[in-house]
Ligand binder design. Structure first.
Ligand code: BYC
Length: 334
């Protein structure tokens, strides 16, 4: 009996899908899924992958100006890790039926987004430390829960990414700690950097819940397991004691411990600024996308050569395989 002759009705498929989500099991690429679930995942996983790749630029700009060989080796390794994260995530997206080429075209034509944070410039070496501490710290708060997201390949990619992100966060903190133990000028550099990155780091979690069109649907599907505001609060609570230990001031006059809630109260970022940056109007949007576009077109010959090499290798293997078979028969005959 063929499957086509007796298809499972869509209502039953949907019921199974909902039951898997309710049990908090994983949806895998081979499973039936609603088209809107697939689209949501492609959107989020692609944006996430693009963020990792575009995120190489602000820090990568400092590799050639690292203050010591040790700092240069650390930064090189970190930026290389971000490339790896992008590749795991593009691979996860590919299991949803989209190709990396398609996604890159959507990024460079401005039809897909990447995290707002990478549209801010890095103006001093302290920014390398601040990105590690605040930006990777925010990324960890956001991404650790994503290890339990409902789509298998995305959740599994997140596990490895989070391990590397916590190393990134610590290297940033260690860099800032070293600078804070240095000269008055170095301490001022750290404070200036933290002042610039604090509010954009809070914006990484997305708009407030009441202005977030995707959260309710994504939570119901288990794609997101916490709301934007919940994770932002978790980040503030985690970061304030670290700022105290470091000896920097977070630039928010409303920051205060709330005994009743057992959490910090804090001020609101400028949400108009987030929307402007997301719409393409941030300080570095044009530069970031232009750089990515140039790298994509200048790398075209590398991709073509790699594909041609892979095709030749697999043709060679097939020929060898055929010859082996011949030899086997020959031996048998002998
Ligand atoms: N930036 O309904 P909402 C890293 C968009 S890389 C840009 O709340 P959602 C690292 C949002 O996409 C870390 N866009 O959306 C790398 C939506 O637009 P569309 C990257 C933003 O998806 C290198 C609209 O606004 N992390 O750590 O439910 C070096 C409405 O928002 C932003 C991830 O990608 C923003 N900040 O929630 C160092 C994490 N905020 O798509 C470090 C995975 C909102 O409807 N992503 N938008 O046109 C997520 O967790 C969620 O997608 C978000 C947004 C929390 C970001």
């Amino acid at each position: 009996m063929s499957v086509a002759a007796n298809p499972v009705p869509e209502s039953l498929l949907e019921e199974r899908f909902e039951a898997t989500i309710a049990r908090k099991d994983r949806i895998e690429p081979r499973d039936w899924m609603p088209e809107a679930y697939r689209r949501t995942l492609v959107r989020q996983v692609a944006q996430h992958a693009h963020s990792e790749i575009i995120g190489m630029q602000p820090e990568g700009a400092w590799i050639g100006r690292a203050p010591s060989l040790r700092r240069k080796a650390i930064l090189l390794a970190k930026v290389q890790d971000e490339a790896g994260h992008g590749l795991y995530l593009y691979s996860a997206a590919e299991t949803l039926g989209v190709s990396r080429d398609e996604l890159t075209e959507l990024l460079i034509s401005g039809r897909q987004k990447y995290s707002s944070i990478f549209n801010y410039p890095t103006l001093s070496y302290a920014d390398v430390g601040t990105i590690g501490w605040l930006v990777d710290g925010a990324a960890i708060c956001n991404q650790v829960p994503l290890c339990r997201t409902s789509f298998g390949p995305y959740g599994r990619a997140m596990i490895r990414i989070c391990k590397e992100e916590s190393f990134h966060q610590r290297q940033g903190y260690e860099l800032l700690l070293t600078m804070m133990r240095g000269t008055a000028e170095q301490r001022a550099m750290v404070q200036e950097s933290v002042d610039r990155f604090w509010w954009p780091s809070l914006m990484m979690f997305g708009p407030p819940d009441d202005a977030s069109p995707n959260t309710a649907r994504s939570m119901a599907w288990g794609v997101k397991t916490h709301t934007n505001d919940e994770l932002r609060q978790r980040f503030v609570d985690m970061t304030v004691p670290q700022a105290d230990a470091l000896g920097v001031t977070l630039p928010d006059p409303d920051l205060a411990w709330n005994e009743e809630r057992g959490s910090y109260d804090f001020g609101q970022p400028d949400w108009d600024e987030l929307w402007a940056v997301v719409a393409g109007d941030g300080p570095c949007n044009a530069q970031r996308v232009a750089h990515r576009t140039r790298a994509w077109s200048e790398g075209a010959w590398v991709r073509e050569a790699a594909l041609a090499y892979a095709a030749r290798e697999s043709a060679g293997h097939e020929a060898d395989h055929g010859a082996d078979h011949g030899a086997d028969h020959g031996e048998d005959a002998a």
